[in-house]
Design a protein around this ligand. Structure first.
Ligand SMILES: NC(=O)c1ccc[n+]([C@@H]2O[C@H](COP(=O)([O-])OP(=O)(O)OC[C@H]3O[C@@H](n4cnc5c(N)ncnc54)[C@H](OP(=O)(O)O)[C@@H]3O)[C@@H](O)[C@H]2O)c1
Length: 305
């Protein structure tokens, strides 16, 4: 876990939002998203920086080892640093375990906002469906039950994982399972978090009323796999299965089935089993505009094949 402390002597104007103290769960190891989030928060005005032994981090960051089973110690840590926002980057197996324990402690410590580990496909409406991502939705219901406000960030698939999704290493082609005609949201980890990325931007600038129990649907690109092949200027082939090492091959097969079904678009609506209308508040990428003036990266800025 990292802590971002509040800064009493700011060199820049204080924003209307008062979130200045952040705890990032799961930032002690080599997580895929936590380094981006930690760096992004450290760039935000009003948020102090951190330091970390195993990689170069901004100054003023603090690594705080925690035992998620030690409830009173967790409460004390959140209180000691007057944490406003807990941002979780824990993996799926920890969502209903360590993340839940952290949420209970955060509620008791008076934390204002919890950002659960989403950062992917829409999970709202999945509870009880048996989908492997349904535990994320069950966790949201848990936050509601304990009265801890939350913000959910949906990104679709991460751009940096595209070579894996398309099985590029197997034949240097875009391998398409299905028709490849369904739009998928692709988001850059950099824009989700670095520098001063979307999560850091909105949690430090939007009023609490706008952050509480909010869904943010972002994307850099909204492309079918056929369009993706075109943009990458790579040939594509249709296949039933992309071979690879387990458990990754099975995970990829599941993710590609979600691509094909449409659920990897951040405009997906699980309840109505369709894409939300383009001009609606729940459309794919509907939250992008909250980062005013920002030019979102293009696929080609991130992926070079
Ligand atoms: N949209 C996409 O394409 C995409 C791709 C990948 C991941 N994701 C999402 O991003 C989120 C983070 O995934 P990730 O792959 O970055 O996670 P990860 O690397 O597996 O884990 C992140 C950190 O969580 C802590 N951790 C791991 N297992 C734990 C456990 N059982 N209990 C408590 N803490 C544990 C570790 O940090 P410490 O050492 O500090 O404890 C670890 O470094 C997930 O919600 C995942 O679904 C999305």
């Amino acid at each position: 876990m990292f802590h971002f402390g509040s800064s009493p002597h700011l060199d820049y104007p204080v924003m209307s939002n008062t979130n200045t103290s952040f705890a990032v769960l799961g930032s002690g190891g080599a997580g895929s998203i936590s380094p981006f989030i930690v760096d992004a928060l450290s760039e935000q005005p009003g948020v102090k920086k951190l330091n970390f032994a195993s990689r170069s981090l901004p100054a003023n960051a603090e690594l705080v080892p925690v035992d998620y089973d030690d409830h009173s110690a967790l409460v004390e840590i959140f209180k000691k640093y007057s944490i406003d926002v807990v941002v979780s980057t824990l993996p799926l197996p920890a969502v209903l375990d360590a993340q839940k324990k952290a949420a209970v402690a955060a509620k008791e410590a008076g934390v204002k906002l919890f950002v659960p580990s989403e950062y992917g496909f829409i999970t709202f409406g999945l509870a009880g469906t048996g989908n492997i991502l349904s535990e994320k939705d069950e966790f949201t219901a848990f936050l509601t039950s304990i009265g801890l406000p939350y913000s959910l960030f949906f990104t679709g698939a991460w751009i940096r994982f595209i070579p894996f999704f398309i099985g590029y290493e197997s034949n240097q082609k875009v391998n398409i399972v299905g028709k490849g005609e369904t739009p998928v949201s692709f988001t850059a980890e950099e824009d989700l978090a670095v520098p001063s990325g979307f999560i850091a931007h909105v949690t430090t600038t939007l009023p609490q009323s706008r952050l509480s129990n909010a869904h943010f649907r972002i994307q850099n690109e909204h492309l079918t796999l056929c369009q993706l092949a075109d943009r990458l200027q790579k040939p594509f082939v249709f296949t039933d299965y992309i071979p690879g090492q387990e458990p990754y091959a099975s995970l990829r097969a599941f993710l590609l089935s979600q691509f094909e079904a449409g659920t990897a678009s951040t405009g997906w609506n699980h309840v109505e089993q369709r894409e939300n209308p383009k001009d609606s508040d729940e459309a794919a990428g509907s939250a992008n505009h909250l980062w005013e003036g920002y030019v979102w990266k293009k696929l080609e800025d991130i992926v070079g094949l």
